[in-house]
Design a protein around this ligand. Structure first.
Ligand code: SF4
Length: 299
């Protein structure tokens, strides 16, 4: 078992917006041992830690969840709660600490909120019986950016394999649980090629995925003179080793911006929309409304 640290939180419900409904995110852990090289959480904006793979366990998660829920439930009895917007809720520590499972059990049994879970871990299948019981309120997005194992190994060294994630989609949808694919982030000139995207959409279609959605790689510099590599440096270091011929193209595409330029995004959007039509996969799915405010997500 990896080294972990225990922390106490004052609250766990990260309320981003009030409407007539509640939209909130919950992250049971701080940090993520999946250690994806493109992970936005590595940016100083989101974490001061040098190494996000040193995971902190929110020891009093359940206690503060109950407190938070009691505070908001009468005023906002409906809404969506997103599990895992800045950590994978089913990363390896979950196997021992079961925080995500406990949080989901409370939310599903004692509230009417819809739940949207993000993961790239096969451990999600452990809780399938719970999801089946509340299938009308659970939506799972499995993150998958490619079906190319070489790319996966470089960028997502510790996440479940591509085959395992596809198996998860197949299993969840075959049991009546709404499950789609988050193609996030799209890595310019690496996972945006016609063939790569076509293989990906074909594979998830054969697993009966209910929808796809996507977003683009962000590259952030540090905001201060903090002594840690910026998210952009981590990514560029990897490019230098594996895709050195792309450095100039990235410089041009991003210039001094955090996201790729708009013309590039339009081209890729069109490509994915055409492929989704070809393979008959809904975009954003039947539950678009449930995705909530886009600023809940940082990709
Ligand atoms: S699974 Fe998500 S949160 Fe974890 S390292 Fe990868 S991108 Fe970051």
């Amino acid at each position: 078992m990896q080294d972990v640290e225990f922390v106490y939180s004052k609250s766990i419900l990260n309320l981003e917006k009030y409407n007539s409904k509640i939209y909130a995110s919950i992250n049971p852990y701080i940090g993520c041992s999946h250690l994806c090289k493109y992970c936005y959480v590595q940016a100083e904006k989101y974490s001061k830690a040098n190494d996000i793979s040193k995971v902190k366990i929110k020891q009093n998660a359940i206690e503060v969840l109950i407190k938070d829920i009691s505070k908001y439930i009468s005023r906002y009895p409906e809404g969506v709660i997103y599990l895992g917007t800045s950590c994978d809720p089913y990363q390896p520590v979950e196997e021992k600490f079961n925080l995500s499972q406990k949080i989901l059990s409370i939310l599903l049994q004692h509230t009417f909120y819809n739940i949207h879970i993000f993961t790239k871990s096969k451990l999600i299948l452990r809780d399938i019986e719970l999801f089946k019981k509340f299938s009308n309120r659970v939506n799972i997005s499995i993150t998958l950016i490619t079906t190319d194992n070489k790319i996966k190994k470089i960028f997502e060294p510790n996440a479940s394999s591509i085959e395992e994630r596809i198996y998860c989609i197949k299993t969840l949808t075959s049991q009546g649980i709404k499950c789609g694919v988050a193609i996030m982030p799209i890595l310019p000139y690496i996972t945006d090629k016609d063939e790569v995207l076509s293989n990906l959409l074909y594979s998830v279609k054969t697993a009966n995925c209910n929808y796809i959605w996507w977003d683009y790689l962000t590259l952030r510099n540090n905001l201060t003179d903090i002594k840690k590599l910026s998210q952009k440096q981590v990514y560029y270091n990897l490019l230098r080793v594996h895709f050195s011929d792309l450095i100039d193209k990235y410089n041009l595409l991003y210039k001094n911006k955090i996201t790729p330029n708009i013309n590039y995004k339009k081209i890729i959007d069109k490509k994915i929309i055409n492929l989704s039509k070809k393979y008959n996969i809904p975009i954003n799915g039947p539950c678009w409304e449930d995705f909530g405010p886009s600023y809940l997500f940082n990709y």
